[in-house]
Each structure stands twice: as C-alpha cells, then as structure tokens.
Design a protein around this ligand. Structure first.
Ligand code: HEC
Ligand code: HEC
Length: 176
C-alpha cells in the first residue's frame, strides 16, 4: 500500500529536479475565504466535521466554500482553461449520476511515488503538478478540515482524494 502513497517529499524532490519548484507563481494566494475555527487555515473548513455531514450538507459546503475558493485558484493558474469551473471540473460530467463519489474517474490516474509514471507526469506537466501539489492539495485539505499528509504515519490528505490510482499492473507503476 505504501508505494501507492503520493509522497510529498519525493514529489517535492522531483519538482526541484525538473526546475519547476523554482518558478515563483505562488502569488496566486489571493483566496479571500475567511479562515474558520480550524486555526491558521486560509480556507474555511465545514462548521461541523466533514464525516458528520450528510449528503446535502456536503453539497452545500461545496457550493458555498469549495467552488468559490477553488475557482479562484484555478482561474489564476489557467484562466483560458477554467472559465467554466464548477462541480464537474473535479467530479466529472457524470457527477450527479455517480452521486459525487470521489475519486473521480474523469481525472487522470496518478502513479505511485518513485514510479516511471510519476516521473513522466512531473516531466510532462511540471507546472500542473506544482500547482496541484502546492496549491490545490493544501487548499482542498483545509476546505474539508482534513489532516495534512504525514510522512511517518502515511495518513492524511493526498492527491488520491480526487485522482484515481493507476493500476498496480500498469507498466508505468513500476520503478525505473
Ligand atoms: C476542487 C474540487 C471539487 C469541486 C469543484 C467540487 N467538489 Fe465535491 N468533493 C471534492 C472532494 C475532494 C470530495 C471528497 C471529500 C472526501 O474525501 O470525502 C468531494 C465530495 C463531495 C460530496 C460528498 C460525496 C460523498 O460521497 O460523500 C458531494 C455531495 C459533493 N462533493 C458535491 C459537490 C457539488 C454539488 C459541487 C459543485 C457545487 C462540488 N462538489 C464541487 C472536490 C470537489
Ligand atoms: C481537489 C482535487 C484535486 C487534488 C487534491 C489534486 N488534483 Fe490534480 N487535478 C484536479 C483537477 C480538477 C484537474 C484538472 C482537470 C482538467 O483540467 O480537466 C487536475 C489535473 C491534474 C493533472 C493533469 C494536468 C494537465 O495539464 O492535464 C495532473 C498531472 C495532476 N492533476 C496531478 C496531481 C497531483 C500530483 C496531485 C497531488 C500532489 C493532485 N493532482 C491533486 C484535481 C485535484
């Protein structure tokens, strides 16, 4: 299981290795969402723990907090591409039929830490991976009131909350 974890440290190294980490575009931290009870977060967690919310309350938090905050990030990142940002951007065009279950099969599957596939994703989409790693993932974690990923316990919020895992027997899941 552990090899499926999207390791923050390895990913950061991979990004540094391809030079993406040195580009300074983190100025898009303009989200205006007020932080709530959850300490120093920039993004508002639900008023009650996510796990206690029913489907309607989750949908409500998505439209009240998640979509406004995330659309701001995605628009700052790529305005031409995310002009119609909304539920389907994350949940896919069949969101309703799938009852908004995550991860979304419409998002690209991600490969394990250290795999050929992970290296390829970083090499082919350095800016996107950097945006996902340093902006989207921490924002979503805060918006859900979820725990940050912990290298030691290997628990917490990762890319795989949104993206599916690539299959274990996919050749790109192997180490180089
Ligand atoms: C930035 C990405 C993103 C956007 C945009 C988004 N969601 Fe979500 N949504 C998520 C994630 C991630 C989860 C899973 C949270 C978890 O781990 O349980 C989720 C979970 C949900 C759930 C709970 C599903 C379940 O199985 O309990 C509902 C309902 C939902 N979203 C509705 C919506 C609606 C409605 C919209 C548009 C108003 C929307 N979402 C927009 C990321 C997003
Ligand atoms: C909150 C949900 C969410 C999380 C968490 C998330 N992503 Fe994404 N990811 C998306 C969405 C939405 C897109 C854009 C899909 C599109 O453009 O249609 C995307 C796109 C991508 C792409 C494709 C970029 C391209 O140009 O085609 C890659 C690669 C990617 N993510 C990697 C990651 C990695 C690595 C992580 C963890 C560090 C991560 N994502 C975390 C929602 C998420």
């Amino acid at each position: 299981m552990s090899r499926l974890v999207c390791s923050a440290a390895v990913l950061a190294l991979a990004l540094a290795g391809c030079g993406a980490a040195s580009s300074s575009s983190s100025s898009s931290s303009t989200a205006t969402t007020a932080s709530s009870s959850s300490g120093g977060s920039r993004f508002a967690a639900p008023e009650r723990p996510w796990g206690e919310l029913d489907h309607a309350a989750r949908a409500h938090h998505m439209s009240r907090q998640v979509v406004p905050a995330m659309s701001e990030l995605f628009l700052a990142y790529a305005p031409d591409r995310y002009g119609d940002f909304g539920c389907p951007t994350c949940h896919g065009p069949d969101a309703r039929e799938r009852h908004y279950a995550m991860p979304s099969p419409s998002l690209p599957a991600l490969y394990p830490t250290g795999s050929i596939g992970q290296h390829r994703a970083v090499a082919e989409h350095p800016e996107a991976v950097r945006f996902m790693f340093s902006e989207v993932t921490p924002a979503m974690q805060q918006l859900l009131g979820a725990a940050a990923y912990d290298e030691h316990t290997r628990e917490g919020f990762t890319c795989f909350a949104c993206h599916p895992h690539a299959a274990d027997d996919d050749p790109l899941s192997q180490s180089p």
